[in-house]
Design a protein around this ligand. Sequence first.
Ligand SMILES: [Zn+2]
Length: 252
Amino acid sequence: MTTPYTITRVGDAYLVSTEHVNWVLVEDGHDLTLIDGGYPGNAEDVERSVREIGHQMRDIRGILLTHAHIDHLGGAAKIAEAYAVDVLTGETEVAHARRDYLQQLGPAKLPMMIWRHGAVGWLLDIMRLGGTDDVAIPGALEYPAAEVDLPGAPVAVPTPGHTDGHTAYHLPGSGVLVSGDALITGHAVSRRHGPQLIVRPFSHDRTETRHSLDAIAEVQASTLFPGHGPAWTGDMAAAAAEAHAGEGFWRP
Ligand SMILES: [Zn+2]
């Protein structure tokens, strides 16, 4: 199964964008950091994207997760196992990645997305990509506490709300903020474009999610690489403000 993607390069960072989810590659000479890895069914697409930017899988020094939802962790888990690479995430998210608990919309709640957002096509797509698979990363490590130097020297930006331990990563050398699902720019179940919060049922704590926009606003970056939607250029305070302004557009 092959999923089409586009690649956007800014400095040493590459946003790989599919219709349903993104991942990021960060280059430092021969070495790479992979940030998120798509759905389980995207693992081969991640490999293809690594080769397309002129690298091999053995160049990956570590995998960072913004959060442990299946659309970001699934492909990462497969790659970590196949290539014996460490997976790291923010302090609070480690237990989630290990599946000590699960903060994700279960299959029982998914039909709600269909009638509320007209998302039948989305649901069929994500099931095909392994979106309801049960995947854990028992050996997940804490970043940056684990003594692992990652290419691009990502700086963890705690951004709780979407999940309790959601973590964005600032890539200072490239002027990029990898925002995961703390701030996105589009989604199959959203009709909006540009910086926005992900639709309400997907986030664990909506109030915390809004507070985390303040942390994002302070990051000195000029490009946003989100977990869903295209790259966005501008300062992070403007991106956060646009997401704040869009709140109230959609009510439960
Ligand atoms: Zn996501």
